[in-house]
Ligand binder design. Structure first.
Ligand code: DQA
Length: 178
């Protein structure tokens, strides 16, 4: 596997498009993979309660996370599912392949012991699992005050909007550097 430094990549701006693409692909191959996993209804960002979750849509979240990841030398894959089994399957892959996870479990936060068990497997695999919430669930309805994910998470960030994902990615990068 070839290693491409950022300086070399910047130089590549003078290269032919195909060479630049190849270098870019090699660069992301050498970046540590991180999953940003979003639970049910988060694909509806922008239209769902914009007073709570903001006006930006899921695509904007995806692009921001990928860019923040690039700045931290992380190859961020942003995923979303409304399906509990599918979300658990992503956790199994993360545990098996030791892929750190930033997880917004959405409503699964409050009742999915199955997702909690799967998230536990990620922590047990020795990689960080950061829980993120766009809103501050502790300041909302009483059913949101309890998280079944927090006890198995490396850390939790809530109430800071999309910026919480950036902080969670920084935490992942920081933990991986140790
Ligand atoms: C949420 C908070 C949850 O209570 C809610 O069910 C969500 C989103 C958040 O990001 O603030 O869907 O996880």
């Amino acid at each position: 596997m070839r290693c491409v430094t950022r300086a070399a990549y910047r130089k590549s701006e003078n290269l032919h498009e195909s060479s630049r693409k190849e270098m870019s692909e090699n660069m992301s191959e050498n970046m540590r993979k991180v999953f940003v996993v979003n639970g049910p209804n988060l694909g509806r960002l922008g239209v769902r309660q914009p007073d709570v979750y903001g006006k930006q849509d899921f695509q904007a979240l995806r692009e921001s996370c990928r860019e923040w990841g690039r700045q931290l030398n992380l190859n961020v894959e942003v995923l979303q599912s409304d399906d509990e089994a599918e979300t658990i399957g992503i956790m199994h892959k993360a545990a098996d392949e030791k892929i750190p996870v930033v997880l917004n479990p959405a409503a699964f936060t409050h009742y999915s012991y199955a997702l909690s068990d799967a998230a536990h497997m990620v922590s047990d695999a020795g990689v960080p699992l950061m829980e993120v919430h766009i809103s501050n669930p502790a300041a909302r309805e009483s059913f949101r005050k309890h998280s079944v994910i927090s006890p198995v998470a490396t850390g939790t960030i809530a109430g800071l909007g999309f910026y919480g994902y950036r902080l969670a990615l920084q935490a992942v990068a920081h933990i991986l550097e140790k």
